[in-house]
Write a protein that binds this ligand. Structure first.
Ligand code: KG4
Ligand code: ZN
Length: 340
């Protein structure tokens, strides 16, 4: 079955063609980063407009790269939420109309479920049940994944998402949006042990996170070192990154040990971070756990992961109706069973 995936929840317009839920035929992504960076974050209204401009060219690119015609598409899977409502609506309305015109089934997909399913686009995927750490700009949580479409929330951030903390710290230091990749690069010239930022583990046996304290500690450091902080940026960001990565890797390994799951997955935009990748790799090896991290191209927002998740809903007989609507935040709990 060839599924067309469409994603437009934030600042990437993406279309992908995926066969049988795990074989990528094409994955096209138009990033809006250059539009938003001058504002230091995503401007929702601009995002919606850019999605409108990009959606048809991105779909054409996905079709031509895959070398297939639209008549060969069997179904459409589209991100339904969570995300920016106006941005979601562009992809969602487009997918609805496209499926209607081609007279093929379509389904709405939870964006988080999409990220979790990104590990199935690689050979040797995880065995159920497994633990997933989802770390992106909008979400940070730990999940027990029972099947492609049955996912239990074990804990999540009480304030900022990890990626959001990277972006906010970058902004405080006058660096470009999005901050994650820039902080990672600058950290290579810094000493991660130079400044002792807090590690907010909260309850070490639970899986909730809080990143606003680390962010505030960085801000306090900047304010109390007004004269010299500009010369210390590599050390500041390396120390910040080390604090965030310590907490993330501790919690995901601990979740696997507590639940007895032997497979873990790290997904989402922040999963591109090399310190996080290295640290979780080392710790999982030590504990005899099998780690699954998608390639960098599938960590950030993409439509292949949406097609992969959608395929399993379609195989289970799910079909969306024409009156279906997007959801920005609410509704996400309905789709993911809250395991707390
Ligand atoms: O999954 P994603 O593309 O979009 C959301 O669903 O949020 O994640 C974007 C987030 C941004 O906050 C970005 O700064 C962060 O992922 N990110 C990184 C890296 N690359 C992207 N954070 C740390 N290190 C990176 N290399
Ligand atoms: Zn995402």
């Amino acid at each position: 079955m060839i599924v067309l995936g469409i994603e437009s929840s934030c600042d990437e317009t993406a279309a992908a063609l995926v066969e049988d839920g795990d074989k990528i035929l094409s994955s096209a992504i138009a990033s809006q980063v250059d539009v938003h960076h001058v504002y230091g974050g995503v401007v929702p209204e601009l995002a919606s407009r850019k999605h409108i401009e990009a959606i048809v060219p991105v779909l054409d690119e996905a079709l031509s790269t895959a070398g297939i015609s639209k008549e060969q598409i069997d179904a459409v899977a589209v991100t339904q939420g969570p995300g920016l409502a106006g941005a979601l609506l562009v992809g969602f309305s487009f997918a609805k109309a496209y499926a209607y015109a081609l007279d093929i089934p379509w389904v709405g997909v939870n964006h988080l479920e999409g990220h979790i399913n990104s590990v199935f686009l690689e050979p040797d995927p995880p065995v159920f049940p497994f633990i997933a750490l989802l770390v992106s700009g909008g979400h940070t949580g730990i999940y027990k994944v029972l099947s492609h479409t049955s996912i239990e929330l074990m804990g999540q951030t009480r304030d900022d998402a990890a990626g959001e903390a990277f972006d906010k710290v970058a902004k405080m230091l006058g660096l470009r949006y999005p901050g994650g990749i820039i902080i990672e690069k600058l950290s290579m010239d810094g000493d991660p042990e130079k400044i002792k930022f807090p590690r907010p583990y909260l309850d070490k046996d639970k899986f909730d996170f809080s990143f606003s304290g680390i962010k505030t500690a960085v801000n306090r450091y900047i304010q109390t070192h007004e004269e010299e902080y500009k010369d210390q940026i590599p050390d500041i960001v390396a120390s910040f990154q080390a604090a965030v990565v310590d907490v993330l890797s501790f919690k995901v390994i601990n979740a696997a040990l507590k639940t007895g799951c032997k497979n873990i997955a790290v997904v989402g935009g922040v999963a591109a971070n090399s310190r996080l990748r290295d640290q979780v790799t080392r710790h999982s090896l030590k504990k005899g756990l099998k780690l699954h991290i998608p390639p960098i191209s599938l960590c950030g927002d993409n439509a292949a992961m949406i097609a992969a998740a959608g395929y399993h809903h379609l195989m289970a007989g799910k079909k969306a109706k024409l009156n279906a609507d997007v959801y920005s935040r609410a509704g996400y709990r309905e789709m993911l069973r809250n395991g707390k």
